[in-house]
Design a protein around this ligand. Structure first.
Ligand SMILES: [Zn+2]
Length: 401
């Protein structure tokens, strides 16, 4: 269906008090930064992406309106309003704008990832911060299970594999220390504001918890995003996590029988999240930069290789905070600070359940070469299985270029 040659989308309709709201430690966005996306997307594709991936609950309709104007090339941002002209076909400008594996040099023999720059983000901080960030539990005299240290171990194994395959690789952290210079005690005023905004009472306990969360989550992730966007400037960010189910008391955690696997791309902004001006900007930046065109197929390739290596079933979301992306059940869209802030394609891995009986036993076994028997089956160490399968998935996608 042919669409009008130039439609105009007006963003941030209803500028006022609500639109001035930004998330904790966030800044008012520079809307002019989106000007480079003029005429790079059709109206049909724009609305389809909003409805299917980015704001499937319809929250975008309160903020984004489209107006038809003939021959308008509107590239200016006035106040909080931005106008993006939409074209009716993928114009030359739009085609040239789209990046991805097509732009990489052809793979060389033995180096299928030559020319590819990858940033690996080992989720969380670990080390002495693991208890504060609630990524720590211990059973009796067993090894403490700390997600931030486990993701770092996988990151280093994966870095080694990807470099051998020809990729240029940078980690967002190489030890158990935060990248941010902020610390909880420096964030008390911001914590008080954050509590007030969500109608929670400020007590000594809630202020401490909130300032800690602003440190290990918000400030830390913002620092990593700055490093990735301003320094590393990769073709792809790979966020590594281990999943878990609620374990209750970290000193007496409960073990469960199920384990699962899924991958996340950025999507599923809620109505409440879209009330924040910086979140609206970040959603549009993600959408207009078309990072989904890279991150969805990479995630699918990774899901195939991880599912084959781990034999894990998909994790299925039932709430409104996630949306199914793609054909199968392994790839979902979710809006996380840890994926939306990176200005490039991002894949976000959530394999294993740390407090499942099967995975807990493998975590206790630590890292080792070769295989050991678990439940009658020879298995690589959980870290090597994860890193090997990630490397295979990345090669499966990029070596096909
Ligand atoms: Zn995690």
């Amino acid at each position: 269906m042919r669409e009008l040659l130039l439609s105009v989308v007006l963003l941030s309709v209803g500028a006022g008090l609500l639109s001035a709201k930004v998330t904790p430690l966030g800044a008012k966005p520079e809307w002019a930064e989106l000007d480079g996306f003029q005429e790079t997307i059709t109206k049909g594709k724009f609305v389809e992406l909003l409805d299917r991936v980015y704001a499937p609950n319809g929250g975008w309709k309160e903020w984004i309106a489209d107006r038809r104007r003939h021959g308008a090339h509107l590239a200016s941002a006035r106040g909080q309003a931005l106008r993006v002209a939409l074209c009716d076909f993928r114009s030359q400008a739009g085609a040239a704008f789209l990046e991805g594996k097509a732009e990489l040099p052809p793979p060389t023999k033995g180096k299928p990832l030559a020319g590819l720059r990858i940033a690996i983000d080992p989720g969380h901080i670990g080390g002495k911060w693991a208890k504060m960030e609630e990524r720590w539990f211990q059973i009796g005299k067993g090894k403490p299970v700390t997600e931030g240290d486990m993701t770092l171990r996988v990151a280093k194994l994966l870095e080694d594999r990807l470099k051998k395959l020809g990729a240029e690789v940078r980690l967002t952290r190489t030890g158990g220390s935060p990248l941010t210079k902020m610390r909880p005690e420096m964030l008390l005023a911001e914590a008080r504001r954050s509590l007030a905004e969500s109608n929670r009472k400020a007590t000594a306990f809630t202020l401490q918890k909130e300032s800690e969360k602003l440190f290990y989550r918000t400030a830390e992730i913002r620092s990593r995003a700055w490093l990735v966007n301003s320094v590393i400037k990769p073709d792809l960010v790979v966020c590594l996590h281990f999943n878990a189910e609620g374990w209750g008391d970290p000193a007496r955690p409960s073990l469960i029988d199920k384990s699962h696997l899924h991958f996340l791309v950025t999507g599923a902004w809620s109505r409440d999240e879209l009330e924040y001006e910086d979140q609206r900007f970040e959603m549009l930046q993600k959408l207009l930069s078309r990072s989904l065109e890279e991150e969805a197929p990479v995630s699918e390739a990774l899901a195939r290789s991880l599912a084959a290596a781990t034999k894990l079933p998909p994790f299925i979301y039932h709430g409104n905070n996630a949306v199914r992306v793609g054909e199968g059940d392994y790839v979902w869209g979710r809006n996380l600070l840890a994926n939306r802030l990176f200005n490039c394609p991002v894949v976000y891995a959530e394999p294993y359940v740390m407090n499942s009986r099967q995975d807990y036993a493998r975590i206790q076994a630590g890292d080792y070469k070769g295989t050991r028997i678990f439940a009658g089956v020879p298995r690589k160490s959980i870290y090597r299985e994860y890193a090997d399968a990630m490397a295979e998935g990345i090669v499966a996608y990029y070596a096909g270029r």
